[in-house]
Design a protein around this ligand. Structure first.
Ligand code: NAP
Length: 446
């Protein structure tokens, strides 16, 4: 049950942000977790710091006109929500997907505040994107869209102000086009203004791999806390994009077998284990669908619109998108013996699914903790840019691993301290909130 005062705060958030169910879902989870905090720290209520955190500092919505290869004009909508800069410049990815709207960007930006705080790096929270659909578009079309998007966005960015990165539909190619346009408009080689850059022009080794690797390092720590290891575990990983591919890579390196992955058309079930080289060829090089993977691999079965969560496994890694794992999926995973869930995606599990995991004693690593490796490595990229340095793969990976272990331990210690041992949801939300709230109180009412 949610505390009466917190319920009133949440009701006000709903009233102020109508028609944004994902944002309501994300804020509800955090507000609910704060019950034991406000008992210990009534000053958070008196200073209205929860309401302040729930209100973005700035929201930018803009027109993005562009021309396709046939000369037709298209108009998309661009967003950047600069949510909270208590701990550093706004930091968070850009998503290009037709489902993008203000509510989606706000939920992602809100999650980002606490995730970034958990990393211990000096970064605030923000998120952006567009309802542009990159699927099936030529390189030229993608370039013209990115240039138009940046022609408006650039005035809001800066290495001390707002530093975007990639997310769904935005990878190295798109960051390249946007960085090029930023540099051209401003006449400044400001490396620290975007992260996820190519390693030849200011990027960091391990940034591409970081979110997926980080989610696996987090799972490794959750298993360690249960006296187990990844070795020999059978895993399912939803999605087949950046996060999924590198989660699969690290799982295989650490001795686990990944038997399934997916995209928005269907599921690949491959009992022999996913062929990672083939998956990279199909997804990264050819930008093709998973049906092509199945055509080239005899042990793989492609299930059109299949449900990946019904495949028996020891560990589940949701790495596609929000609310992709519902209550019945969680019940199926528990019934089939799944012992841990580590989220590479943002808010992939619906609130009822999370409840199922927690009640069943599944080790549940929520996205804002388990997928923080991506943004943490972005902050390491900013660090290298600021010092004109370039680290080896081994050094950057070591730093990433240390950060993930730190987040894991902080979540567990905080959960313990606030009376919910083993509950990473409570631990992550309270630990992230307290870092931000303390800074905000120090700054006065701003
Ligand atoms: P990506 O490379 O664009 O891949 C996204 C994958 O998810 C694709 O396989 C895509 O399938 C699938 N997908 C996307 N929307 C879907 C939908 N509505 N229904 C079903 N499948 C869908 O993106 P990504 O960078 O891997 O991001 C995946 C998740 O991780 C997102 O939740 C993102 O916010 C989160 N995340 C990413 C990072 C990062 O560093 N990239 C960091 C933290 C969190 P199709 O190709 O068929 O669309």
């Amino acid at each position: 049950m949610i505390d009466e005062r917190l319920q009133a705060i949440f009701d006000e958030i709903i009233r102020m942000n109508p028609g944004e169910p994902e944002f309501h879902q994300a804020t509800r989870e955090v507000v609910e977790s704060l019950a034991p905090v406000v008992v210990k720290h009534p000053e958070y209520l008196e200073s209205k710091v929860i309401q302040r955190i729930a209100e973005p500092e700035r929201q930018i919505i803009f027109r993005v006109p562009w021309t396709d290869d046939q000369g037709n004009v298209h108009i998309n909508r661009g967003f950047r929500v600069e949510f909270n800069s208590a701990l550093g410049p706004y930091k968070g990815g850009l998503r290009f997907h037709p489902s993008v709207n203000l509510g989606i960007i706000k939920f992602l930006g809100f999650e980002q505040i606490f995730k970034n705080a958990l990393t211990g790096m000096p970064i605030g929270g923000g998120k952006g994107g567009s309802d542009f659909d990159p699927k099936g578009r030529s390189d030229g079309e993608i370039m013209r869209f990115c240039q138009s998007f940046m022609t408006e966005l650039y005035r809001h960015l800066g290495e001390y102000t707002d530093v975007p990165a990639g997310d769904i539909g935005v990878g190295g190619r798109e960051i390249g086009f946007m960085f090029g346009q930023y540099k051209r408009i401003t006449n400044r080689y400001e490396s620290g203004v975007l992260t996820g850059k190519g390693v030849a022009w200011g990027g960091s080794l391990v940034r591409t791999e970081a979110t997926g690797y980080g989610a696996v390092f987090f799972a490794e720590q959750m298993l360690k806390a249960r006296g187990q290891t990844l070795d020999g575990k059978r895993c399912v990983v939803s999605g087949s994009g950046n996060v999924a591919i590198y989660a699969i890579e690290k799982l295989q390196q650490l001795g686990a077998t990944v038997i399934a992955c997916s995209d928005s058309n269907g599921v690949i079930h491959d009992d022999k284990g996913i062929d990672l080289d083939l998956l990279k060829q199909v997804k990264e090089a050819e930008r093709a669908r998973l049906t092509v993977y199945a055509e080239r691999r005899s042990s793989a079965r492609h299930i059109v619109q299949g449900n990946i969560w019904s495949i028996p496994c020891d560990l589940a890694f949701p790495c596609a998108t929000q609310n992709e794992l519902l209550k019945n999926d969680a019940l199926a995973l528990v019934k089939n013996g799944c012992i841990a869930v580590s989220e590479g995606a943002n808010m992939p599990s619906a609130a009822e699914a999370v409840k199922v995991f927690l009640e069943a004693g599944v080790s549940y690593g929520l996205g804002k903790a388990a997928n923080a490796g991506g943004v943490a490595t972005s902050a390491l990229e900013m660090q290298q840019n600021a010092s004109r340095d370039f680290w080896t793969f081994e050094h950057a990976e070591e730093r990433l691993k240390g950060i993930m272990i730190g987040i894991h331990d902080l979540c567990l210690e905080t959960a313990d301290e606030f009376g919910s041992p083993g509950n990473y949801v409570v631990g992550a939300n309270i630990a992230g909130f307290e870092k931000v709230a303390r800074a905000m109180l120090a700054f006065g009412v701003i």
